[in-house]
Design a protein around this ligand. Sequence first.
Ligand code: SOE
Length: 385
Amino acid sequence: MSASLNVGLVGYKFMGKAHSHAYQSVGRFFNLDLPPVMKAVCGRNAEAVQEFAQQWGWESTETDWRKLVTRDDIDLIDIGSPGSTHAEIAIAAAEAGKHVYCEKPLANSLDDCKRMLAAVKKSGVKNMINFNYRKTPAMALAKKMIDAGEIGEVRHVRCTYLQDWLVDPEFPMNWRMRKETAGAGAHGDLGAHSVDLARFLAGDISQVVGDMKTFITERPAEGSSSGLTGTAGEGTEPVTVDDCSLFLARFASGALGSFEATRLAPGRKNFNRIEVNGSKGTLAWCFEDLNVLQYYSTADSHQGFKQIIATEGDHPYMDAWWPPGHMLGYDHTFVNAVADMLRAIAADKNPSPCFLAGARCVAVLDAVERSVQSSKWEDVEVIEA
Ligand code: SOE
C-alpha cells in the first residue's frame, strides 16, 4: 500500500460536504501514517459535481459510481449518497478490493446489511460506518467512564432525538420522505444515531416494542432540493415514511431503554440527547451542548450534577485540537471519525464502528418496525460477528 490513501467519494450534498471538510482537515490536525488524498468525487450531474470538486479540492470527478469503484487509483470508497444506494455501491467496492466508509444507516433493509457484511468479510477490506456522534470527546469519554464502572451497573438508557424541519406541512418532498430512497423517516435517520449511541454505551439490545406515526401524509411535490431545504414543484406527493418513532427496549445486560425520534418537535433543531442511569451515578449529554458531559455520582458528598467540559488535553481526540475550553462543533465529529478510520487502516485493523455495528443497529430498527406491525414485543435478530 502507498503511504497515502486515495479516496473516492460518492455524493456531494450535505454529507459530501461534511466528509470533504473532514479529509481537508484531518491531516492538518492529526498525525497520520496514511493521510488521505482527495482523488475523485462522484455525482450524477457533471456540472454540479465539477463545481463541488473545485470548491472542495477533489482532483477529479466521475458521474457513474461503477467507474469510480473500479478505478485503479482509488483505495477507499466513501458513500455519502442516500440509503437505498449503499448496498450496491459498498458490495461493488468490496468486490473491487476497496476499503469502504459508509454513511448511516448502513442500508435500508437488514437483508442488504447482511449482504454488505458478507461482501466485506469475503474480500477482507476494511469497513466503517459513520456514526459521528460517537466521535464527540464527550461521548467517547462517557464510554470510558461507563467501561471503568464509574456509574456502576447500567439500568436505564433514555434517548430522544428531536428535530423540527418537517413541522411545516408546506415543506416540499425530498428523498428523505420516500420509503424507496430513505427506507424510513425519523426512525432510520435519527433513530439510527440513538440506537448506535445506546449500543456504544450500554451494549446489545435484545427486544423492543414500539409505535410510529406519519402526521403529515401528503406534501407539495419536490421542485429543486439541496440538503434539508428545497422549493416546491407542481402538485403533491404522498409521504411514505414515519414522522416519528417511539419504542421501549430491553438490553442484553438487563438494562431498560426508551427511544423517541421525531422531525416534528417545534423549536428542537438537532436535539440528540442520551442519559444513562447506573447504580452509582448518571451520565447525560445533548448534542446542542456537545462539549458538556453531565455527571452525577452517588459518592459525591455535594449532591448535584457536575458539568465536565470535555475539552481537556487528556479527553478523547482533544490532543489533536485546541487548548482546554476551546469548543468543538459538528464538523469536528467527522474529522475525528475519519482520523480513527485512517489510523486503523494504517495499523491493518478494522476501524470502529464497522459494518457489523451498522448491521446490528439496523437489526434493532427492523425489530421496531416488526413490532409496530404486530403490536407486540419483538426479538432483535442476532447478527453474528
Ligand atoms: C437530518 O435529519 C440529519 O441531517 C441526519 O440525516 C443526520 O444524520 C443527523 O446527524 C442530523 O440530521
